[in-house]
Design a protein around this ligand. Structure first.
Ligand code: FAD
Length: 386
């Protein structure tokens, strides 16, 4: 078996790369650990795609039902600071698009089925440091002659472990609760976010609304010390009314609750010989700004761009410079996003009075300064590329 690109991990990023390369007639093989099955229709977890990510999916003929967000309201729950971002600020129709994680994953799975080997994983990579092309050996003994191994296998990347890339990792000591609420009093195209001592509370409109319900998805990050081993349902019952009064809406729980421990990681190097890390395999961040999938798709975009450019110029795609260009173009941008998220988490977690006054003043000032606001929005929309 052979393919110029072997992709470890058939998640959103791995499958997108395969589709994009196929459009340029570059063959890839996806090795996916889980079995070939549609994800359970839990319909709770959502992803907020920025305009650039949405355009990337459309360009590979993928369509998925989305709720468009035209306005984002951010409030400091403990103070009076607030900021509003609107699509009008950047002359766009919308700011972002909320899709169900399983809708997107299942559609990609369907489109990439012919390129995927399921229930398997890479066990070793031969000829890693040699002149000849690498050879991937799978758990069942299958051998694949290849040129590049793209690690798209998520937070605990298997290929990163095989080539022993050094990683920095830290825990936020926070838990994210995700669930659906039926909302009264909210605007259907507005997303809301409250930073408070009771956690970072994000409320996003859901796709698939019907005329009788106005369903929103909640991602609520709470300090583990605040949650204090309490049952998630009890914590929600005790604290939801706080956000109802801050946002002046009424919220009724309308699903089971999903729970995730929060951490971040970042690899110092994204490449080692023919192995390259992309998406959550290379980095993960706090979900407060819903940027995880967007920076993963931005990685995938630049990786494909460099590979396709080399292929069309007749340069060997496993030339060191080809992968290095991807790393240079993405690492700085990803680090900036990671550090910005950490800054927000730390500033809004703080009980220090001066920091609180500063963040209130900061939010109000940014809100009044159009060009800074437009910069933030354009950055979050994925339009700032290197
Ligand atoms: C609570 C929460 C909320 C979030 N909300 C948002 C949001 O609103 N917006 C947003 O942009 N992002 C969000 N994220 C982040 C987002 O979900 C991830 O960034 C995204 O799923 C990463 O995609 P990926 O394809 O890189 O990795 P993954 O989704 O982790 O996919 C990896 C794939 O590799 C497979 N795999 C794993 N190990 C192996 C192996 N050894 N061999 C072969 N295959 C393997 C897995 O089965 C999987 O299919 C959120 C995350 C959390 C925890």
């Amino acid at each position: 078996m052979n393919a110029p690109i072997t992709i470890s991990g058939g998640g959103i990023i791995g499958n997108y790369i395969s589709l994009r390369l196929k459009k340029s007639h570059i063959k890839s093989l996806i090795i996916e650990k889980s079995k070939d099955s549609q994800a359970l229709p839990e319909g709770i977890r959502t992803l907020t795609l920025n305009n650039h990510s949405m355009a990337m999916l459309k360009a590979v003929d993928l369509s998925v039902e989305a709720a468009d967000v035209n306005k984002i309201e951010v409030l400091d729950g403990e103070g009076t600071g607030n900021i509003q971002f609107s699509s009008e600020d950047i002359s766009e129709e919308s700011l972002s698009h909320v899709v169900l994680f399983n809708d997107l994953r299942n559609e990609l799975l369907r489109m990439c089925r012919d390129e995927t080997i399921f229930s398997n994983e890479i066990q070793s990579i031969q000829n890693l440091n040699k002149e000849s092309d690498p050879e991937v050996i799978l758990k069942d003994g299958t051998s694949i002659k290849t040129k590049i191994i793209a690690g798209c296998d998520g937070r605990n990347s298997n290929v990163a472990k095989i080539v022993s890339l050094p990683n920095s990792y830290s825990e936020y000591k926070q838990t994210a609760l995700t669930f659906i609420v039926d909302v009264k009093g909210a605007d259907q195209t507005t997303a809301y976010q409250v930073f408070s001592e009771r956690g970072i509370f994000a409320l996003m409109p859901m796709p698939k609304k019907d005329s009788t319900t106005n369903r929103y998805t909640v991602v609520w990050s709470i300090k583990n010390s605040e949650l204090n081993n309490q049952d998630a349902m009890d914590y929600i019952k005790d604290n939801l009314s706080y956000f109802e009064s801050k946002l002046k809406v009424s919220l009724a729980l309308d699903s089971e609750i999903l729970q995730f421990g929060l951490s971040n990681h970042h690899f110092k190097n994204y490449i080692s010989g023919p192995v390259v890390l992309i998406g959550d395999a290379a980095h993960s961040i706090h979900p407060l700004a819903g940027q995880g999938i967007n920076i993963g798709l931005a990685d995938a975009d630049i990786f494909c761009e460099e590979i396709i450019k080399a292929y069309e110029k007749g340069i060997s795609i496993n030339e060191k410079a080809v992968l290095k260009k991807y790393e240079i173009r993405r690492k700085g941008m990803n680090l900036l996003m990671l550090k910005s998220m950490d800054f927000f988490v730390n500033t809004f977690n703080s009980e220090n009075l001066y920091l609180r006054l500063l963040r209130n003043w900061g939010l109000k000032s940014v809100n009044k300064t159009m060009f800074i606001k437009a910069f933030f929005i354009k950055h979050a929309s994925g339009f700032n590329r290197i």
